[in-house]
Design a protein around this ligand. Structure first.
Ligand SMILES: Cc1cc2nc3c(=O)[nH]c(=O)nc-3n(C[C@H](O)[C@H](O)[C@H](O)COP(=O)(O)OP(=O)(O)OC[C@H]3O[C@@H](n4cnc5c(N)ncnc54)[C@H](O)[C@@H]3O)c2cc1C
Length: 374
């Protein structure tokens, strides 16, 4: 059994039972996340020497995809944790690795990304939050606009301008420090409703170099070498998972929904065309995403272009597949007797997650024609 199948089986038992509640009540899927920690999945990318599984970017993709096929909310929270973990694996000093990684591997610590801000929106790589130097360290002031897993992650990785010079720095702040404030009422998403993606305010929060990830200025490397592959492909994986779920649900429903005369939806040619189209799109998303992950693993020169195109296709396909699946599901889908409307609401987040698909499309067009991208 491959990792995708293994995680899918795990998710059916330990994630699926909490998915509907997370969506309906807008609550973080705590039990599912705890199960992920217990099973060691939150330590997937932690090297073996620190107690983890030494997983690769392909393993990250397969795990996020399998979770996304059961609960996109849980998958997105998990994906962000993996990206934050990988930032420490790739850029942390040996002391930082000693501190964080064994605890991440054992499930004691979970992480979140506090990158986006209202002032720069989808251009999260231009943070305005300020770390101003003091006698003992820095005072952090500003607001992060969406922190997925807020309260439930133990540390938030905060992207800030480098207070010591050029570029960006990343600080890992515990989820509560004096001067930190969460706006818990602010998350009421169309989909991804259990994400707890709330604004977090930093008001004169005293931090020091002990809170750094790597060294000052490493933020740029973290954004381009870690966030770019692991986050962009992670999104492609989560939303491919959704497409696979919607495709599977529509196929099963069309085969089982029978009229009085005994005929089924699946015998109607138009429905067959929908089924063919949605299965093909979901399979294409999966193939593109796995192919891009393999290119990244091999360090191929075309990896970034493949990663971006996988994310673009997976995002567009997720909305298309879910919309088409809603047609197949008819009134049953519309009246929420099938999970398809949740899938569709969740799928709409794919395009807006930073960098948005619009921004990535421009970048890809530039990169393929030899022009500079940020
Ligand atoms: C479910 C969810 C979870 C999230 N979790 C996190 C998290 O954990 N951590 C985090 O840091 N952030 C998170 N975010 C924030 C997210 O990554 C984006 O930063 C945020 O959605 C941007 O929203 P905005 O309204 O400020 O976008 P805006 O910047 O206002 O952009 C609006 C739209 O305008 C278009 N646009 C803007 N600029 C350009 C351009 N130059 N070229 C072409 N098109 C452009 C894009 O299509 C974009 O979608 C989350 C968001 C969502 C929806």
């Amino acid at each position: 059994m491959g990792l995708f199948e293994e995680v899918s089986a795990f998710a059916q038992c330990h994630v699926a039972p909490y998915t509907v509640q997370a969506d309906r009540e807008g609550v973080f899927p705590k039990e599912a996340y705890t199960a992920l920690k217990k099973e060691g999945y939150t330590g997937l990318l932690v090297p073996k020497e620190y107690g983890g599984a030494s997983g690769s970017i392909v393993d990250h993709v397969e795990t996020c995809m399998a979770l996304g096929s059961v609960c996109a909310t849980t998958a997105l929270c998990y994906m962000m944790h993996n990206v934050a973990t990988m930032s420490i694996v790739a850029f942390g000093t040996s002391e930082q690795k000693e501190f964080y990684l064994p605890k991440i591997a054992s499930g004691e610590l979970a992480l979140a990304l506090a990158f986006s801000e209202t002032g720069t929106g989808t251009h999260f790589y231009n943070p305005e939050i300020k770390a101003v130097k003091t006698e003992n360290g820095y005072l952090l002031n500003g607001k992060k606009s969406f922190v997925t897993s807020a309260h439930h992650a133990d540390y938030y990785l905060v992207l800030a301008a480098n207070p010591e010079g050029e570029g960006l720095s990343v600080f890992a702040t515990p989820n509560t420090m004096e001067g930190m404030r969460h706006d818990d009422s602010a998350w009421d998403g169309l989909g991804m409703r259990g994400n707890a993606s709330v604004p977090v305010y930093y008001e004169n929060v005293a931090i020091s170099d002990d809170h750094l990830v790597g060294a000052h200025g490493d933020g740029v490397g973290i954004v381009f070498n870690v966030v770019a592959p692991f986050f962009i492909l992670g999104l492609a994986s989560v939303y491919t998972g959704l497409s696979l779920a919607a495709s599977g649900c529509a196929i099963e429903y069309a085969s089982s929904r029978a009229y009085t005369d005994g005929s089924t939806l699946s015998q109607i040619e138009t429905v067959q065309l929908h089924i063919a189209a949605l299965f093909s799109s979901a399979s294409a998303s999966k193939a593109l995403t796995l192919n891009a992950a393999q290119a990244a693993l091999e360090g191929r020169s075309d990896a970034l272009a493949l990663i971006i195109s996988a994310r673009l296709e997976a995002s567009t396909n997720a909305v298309d597949v879910c919309s088409r699946a809603m047609k197949v599901g008819g009134g049953h889908a519309y009246s929420k007797r099938l999970p398809l409307e949740r899938y569709l609401r969740d799928a709409y987040a794919a395009a807006v997650m930073a960098p948005s698909t619009d921004v990535l499309s421009v970048w890809l067009g530039k990169a393929l024609t030899g022009q500079q991208i940020p």
